[in-house]
Design a binder for this molecule. Structure first.
Ligand code: CMX
Length: 134
């Protein structure tokens, strides 16, 4: 079902302050930024081989990333795994009794379809599955 690591999400206070380390320091390919209104975040993608680093900056005080930053400070926020058919993957996980945050897919960056699994059901790692637009 799971095909590859699509991206690793890292919560940051400021994209502008964080991008240079990944782009200029580590030499990753900067793919651009995008606002994901539904998730109340602005994101930047940096390519690493077949995967990406997704930097996440909150755009509202009630953004899940704002809450995360308040509690933990900057750091790894989630792992995202790519699946070919997100509806089928969600149905399968539900049948296996995995606690879902999203019962149906939402719109993510790059027009992808995304859904989150609850960190309490995944050993403490917020897990996203995505059917990707790239
Ligand atoms: N990783 C691991 N654990 C996390 C977590 C994270 N990113 N975020 C919250 N938790 C844990 C908390 O530590 C807390 O654990 P304890 O009860 O042991 O203290 C528990 O989950 C509940 O956390 P909370 O701070 O009370 O926050 P909420 O329950 O209100 O929300 C969550 C947590 C995961 C349900 C919510 O953040 C969510 O729905 N996330 C999915 C959407 C999202 O994160 N969107 C932003 C990214 C979008 C994108 O990539 O495009």
């Amino acid at each position: 079902m799971t095909e590859k690591i699509n991206h690793i999400g890292i919560a940051v206070k400021s994209l502008d302050a964080s991008i240079p380390f990944y782009r200029d320091g580590l030499g990753m390919t900067f793919e651009g930024t995008e606002e994901v209104a539904e998730q109340k975040v602005k994101v930047a993608f940096l390519q690493v081989g077949e995967s990406r680093i997704e930097l996440l900056e909150p755009t509202a005080e009630d953004s899940p990333v704002a809450k995360f930053l308040e509690k933990n400070g900057e750091g790894i926020h989630h792992m995202a795994y790519e699946v070919a058919d997100i509806e089928a993957a969600l149905a399968d996980l539900k049948e296996k009794g995995v606690r879902l945050i999203d019962e149906t897919p939402r719109r993510g960056a790059h027009n992808s379809l995304i859904a989150f699994l609850h960190p309490k059901a995944t050993g403490g790692v917020l897990t996203e599955i995505c059917q990707c637009g790239h």
